[in-house]
Design a binder for this molecule. Sequence first.
Ligand code: ADP
Ligand code: MG
Length: 272
Amino acid sequence: MSASYTDRAAGAGNGEALIRLENVSRVYRMGDSEVRALDDVSLAVGRGEFVALMGPSGSGKSTLLHVLGCLDSPTSGAYALEGQAVHDLSEDRLAEIRQKRIGFIFQSYHLVPRMTAARNVELPMLLAGVEPSERRERVRVALESVGLGRRARHRPDEMSGGERQRVAIARAMVMRPHLLLADEPTGNLDSRTGDEIVALLEGLNAAGLTIVLVTHDPRIAGHAGRLIRMLDGRIQADGAEEEPAFSGGAAATGPPATPGSPPVSRAGEFKP
Ligand code: ADP
Ligand code: MG
């Protein structure tokens, strides 16, 4: 394994969007009624973007993240991830894409309670069949990079919320994903701890990682380069960080922000 994290994050480098959704809908049918959790969403996200997703409860944020993360498939419409159509792939192929290219973090961390931090971080590599010696080294580097080098042997119930979320970030990054999806990752944390988590995410983004983050907190969203507002399963506004008070007018439908120039430095963080 010689490619650095940054090399892999930059991918083929042919300039295509990392994410491209075209007229994606996700309809839940329950008996006679249906819920359009996503309603004709089109969206492009370039490599290296940091996108915040806001909107009221039930507006479709988590559904959008699940589709982006290949945890769920659109009812209609097209999804291309790194130029590859993924909307009609089999569950096996989707699982492979999730494992190799996508990291997730959640509001409630989703760590395995009876496993140590090190074991939690190791888990995705166990499932992917990474060699034991490489697993150990990657666990060490990942935990150090989130400031938990000395907490490797602790279990989640011996850690604070902020520490648990850092373990979750280390776990999400250990397979060197190209895309990190975060569903209200600071929702259970006090504001100072939330700021620390966002600072970590900003560091990963600066090293080339593309991030889509759901948040209710405008202050957290302010760290992202682009803010997307959802309402009733649709994108209501999409642009660079804007004044929240002005969002009542026509939705901005301009092109997505241009991804940053190819990242350099800090590339060794998740390198074995
Ligand atoms: P948000 O994350 O913005 O709160 P969600 O994406 O969770 O919104 O939900 C969007 C809509 O889809 C809501 O009306 C919700 O009730 C509905 N929904 C979400 N998941 C399911 C499901 N598994 N079955 C039925 N309806 C669902
Ligand atoms: Mg949600």
